[in-house]
Design a protein around this ligand. Sequence first.
Ligand code: HAX
Length: 438
Amino acid sequence: MILYDKIAAQLPEWRERVRRLTKEHGEVVVDKVTVGQVYGGMRDVKVLVTDISYVDPAEGIRFRGYSIPEVLSLLPKPDGADMPYVGGLYYLLLTGEIPNKAQAEEVEAEWRKRASIPSYVYDVLRAMPPETHPMTLFSQGILALQVGSKFAQKYHQGMKKDEYWVPALEDSLDLTAKLPILGAFIYRLKYRDGTEPRWDASLDYGANFAQMIQVENQKEYAELARLYFILHSDHESGNVSAHTMHLVGSALSDPYLSFSAAMNGLAGPLHGLANQECLGWLLDVIQKFGGVPTREQLYQFAWDTLNAGKVIPGYGHAVLRVPDPRFTAQMQFAQQRFPEDDLVRLAQLVYEVVPQVLREQGKAKNPAPNVDAISGTLQYHYGVREFDFYTVLFGIGRALGVTANYVWARALGQPIERPKSVTTRMLEEIVEKALQVA
Ligand code: HAX
């Protein structure tokens, strides 16, 4: 398999680079940590390594060194499509190389072979109360699939550490192939007729999701699905979902166990759930004003949100200090295709008004939009209007990045994660000593 061959060929050099760093230069200091960071969610502390993506605060995400506009223009596309193959993006994340069309299609073919879900998984989900949140069903569905983990089987049969990455890659391909089916089934179960989706072997990953989720305009939605999954795939390793995957995986929990845990983190309102919250906020505005409000009305509404002690969803970021290029790419998609849509016009107006409001409030370090400020608007336009489902879409995309990281973490023998904690009293003593010295 091409992904296996490519990674196997790169591994000796990577292992030597890591060996040199850790064995010969392990004592070199990378960063200092302040009391504020210890108590402040470890913000900006450099303690994770990934070569798969990097978020530059002043520019946004780069996947394997490529910016989002570069990724969207360089990756191969299905015939007649504007948006690239998701399989091409997975190839890039896993190997660091831009694939040609045949290579991207080979990843798509791998997914096709693996794209089915055992019927007991559907039964598990059907047994849940109907009001269960889609993210809970998603996480449970992933756990239910865990019994098929090749990593877990091989580990218990006895496997050399050097070989961990091979079944990790197998599981990652299996898991990423099954997630669109699982997501589409959850959508049908909660909001449609509850039937089981079937993968269409003649379609690519994005187009398959479009047909399985049963939207009306499948051709256009397939473009959105490809864009959406690519944009949401990775955002370096410190965000809650990626870090959870890495942390749980570091205990050699298999990709299913690790990814289910990651999805529980993505389900939090400050992380992936923000896309559902954001659309809810936009719809509240439309409902309150009977359509797109004036600039003044929106300005006041934003202040009312802040004064009620709430955050404005879709704005702010822990790392970024500029508008998120994932926001920009989705806004361009909407502006090119349906600029007159009320929600698109509103999202644009919010973009013009909310940063000013957040700047006036003076708390948020980044008053600019993040990926979630627009993603729900696009789904809504194509008829996917059940917005508590949106984080599942994010999760399907996020799997691409975090499984690529999982494979490389096993390939490079990354150890179990175990930072050290201190007590508040210890921090007070450290501060007292520092004050005496000063
Ligand atoms: N609205 C109101 N207040 C905001 C704000 C927003 N959009 N963004 C930040 N702030 C506030 C914070 O709540 C914090 O207030 P306190 O000092 O009272 O605690 C202050 O500004 C400083 O926060 P920060 O340092 O700028 O931001 P953090 O790194 O702490 O948090 C968040 C980053 C993304 C969680 C934050 O900006 C936020 O809550 N945004 C709204 C929710 C959201 O859009 N989340 C999605 C983020 C992208 C993502 O992960 N998607 O999955």
